[in-house]
Design a binder for this molecule. Structure first.
Ligand code: HEC
Ligand code: HEC
Length: 216
């Protein structure tokens, strides 16, 4: 179980992608390239295939979004990279079965932040989905806020059950709050509650074999 997921009778705390994690910094003294060079190489080798060259986005969302960096802490990003996210983002730390030494991840994340964040960027209200939404309310909100660009029933669209089976609730949240700047969609100006309600409705449309958020 890579993700801690806390269920209560009325509340679902989606904590999987948001845990703070203590870490220690241990640079490799035998490596003569700068940390920035190491971070660029580590990114291109392990991440660019999905998140795009230079963090610009590809099959997975871009990581060069300053608004996203302004919203998340290094420890949170370290946790996601170490333990993975949803079904499509692998765990990279050796302690989670990945290929990267645990201690090398935090300094790389600091470098990626230095590369892709921009000073004075206004953070999004919340980087993480942390509340259980109301799917009934979400259905109505979808019609007014999303339908015109994401028509329901479109094959391969965001209401397609095969798409939803592979997307974590957090990924859906990101699509609303941060958008896909690489695909011409900026984050929507929408409250955390409305966003969580829409995620809950989309989640309810996952196929029968996975009626739930596919995070491990
Ligand atoms: C096989 C494709 C793939 C690779 C390789 C990959 N990622 Fe991901 N990544 C994804 C997908 C897909 C998601 C969204 C997963 C979800 O929540 O459903 C994601 C999510 C993330 C997130 C979380 C974003 C958020 O707000 O929830 C971060 C951070 C991230 N990846 C960083 C990295 C880094 C850094 C690397 C390289 C060390 C990497 N990824 C390699 C596919 C990949
Ligand atoms: C003005 C048009 C527009 C509106 C309104 C809009 N979107 Fe999008 N959305 C896009 C575009 C363009 C993309 C990128 C192409 C794609 O993935 O379909 C996108 C992508 C997404 C993604 C996929 C993100 C990814 O990484 O694959 C999700 C999820 C999403 N939108 C959810 C929503 C929801 C939910 C709403 C309503 C709250 C909404 N969008 C409203 C245009 C819009």
């Amino acid at each position: 179980m890579k993700f801690a997921r806390i269920f209560a009778s009325t509340t679902l705390l989606v904590t999987g992608c948001s845990h703070e994690m203590p870490y220690s910094y241990r640079p490799d003294p035998s490596n003569e390239s700068t940390l920035a060079e190491q971070a660029a190489t580590m990114y291109e080798t392990n991440c660019a295939g999905c998140h795009g060259i230079d963090g610009g986005g590809s099959s997975a969302r871009p990581l060069d979004d300053p608004r996203w960096w302004a919203t998340v802490t290094d420890a949170q990003v370290v946790h996601v990279v170490s333990s993975g996210c949803g079904v499509l983002m692998p765990a990279f730390s050796k302690s989670n079965g990945g290929s990267l030494d645990d201690a090398t991840i935090p300094p790389m994340v600091s470098q990626w932040r230095a590369r892709w964040s921009k000073p004075n960027t206004t953070p999004a209200p919340s980087g993480w989905l942390v509340q259980q939404g109301d799917p009934t309310r979400g259905a109505a909100l979808y019609t007014t806020a999303c339908q015109r660009c994401h028509p329901t029933g479109a094959a391969g669209g965001i209401t397609d059950e095969n798409y939803l089976a592979l997307q974590s609730d957090q990924a859906l949240w990101n699509g609303i709050v941060f958008g896909r700047p690489d695909l011409g969609k900026v984050g929507l100006d929408i409250s955390a509650t409305d966003s969580a309600d829409i995620v809950a409705w989309l989640g309810s449309k996952r196929p029968a074999w996975t009626k739930k958020d596919p995070s491990p």
